[in-house]
Design a protein around this ligand. Structure first.
Ligand SMILES: [Fe+2]
Length: 150
């Protein structure tokens, strides 16, 4: 039983998003493939469709605090499963580090599950490229982007 208690403690310590006791940091967001459809320079916008609200906070892994002035970009397939310019967007975070946009629910395509690609960058932090995987039926999804210092 003693070993089991120790093991449980270890698992709790390593659970995603949970920091070890006494440490203020947040677990960095895992990187994921950029894929072949990234185009730089997505326009600033608040929507690339409707039906799914995606929101979150860009944070520092070291402190868990929001990052002001971070730039996020997203790109995804349209409802026909094709990448187009109407489904590329970017935002810059304010003091609360938050972003929020409305978009079309991305369909699965080429055997891949529904996903939205993201990049996030901020001065003094390593650029992050990752993906969000919304699940069917969701109308809102929260996705914090936790960046690591350079
Ligand atoms: Fe993709």
């Amino acid at each position: 039983m003693k070993h089991r208690a120790m093991l449980t403690g270890l698992i709790l310590t390593l659970a995603p998003g949970v920091s070890a006791p006494g440490q203020p940091g947040c677990v960095p967001t895992a990187a994921d493939d950029e894929g072949p459809f990234y185009k730089a320079g997505a326009p600033l916008r608040e929507a690339t469709g409707k039906g799914l609200v995606v929101s979150g906070v860009v944070k520092s892994a070291a402190t868990c605090q929001p990052i002001t002035g971070a730039r996020i970009e997203w790109w995804q397939a349209n409802p026909r499963g094709e990448y187009d310019d109407a489904h590329r967007g970017s935002q810059v975070t304010g003091e609360n580090g938050a972003y929020r946009f409305d978009t079309d629910f991305p369909p699965p395509y080429y055997g891949r599950p529904s996903h939205i690609h993201f990049k996030a960058e901020a001065k003094g932090y390593r650029q992050l490229t990752t993906q969000l995987y919304p699940t069917g039926g969701q109308s809102a999804v929260a996705f914090d982007l936790v960046l690591v210092k350079e």
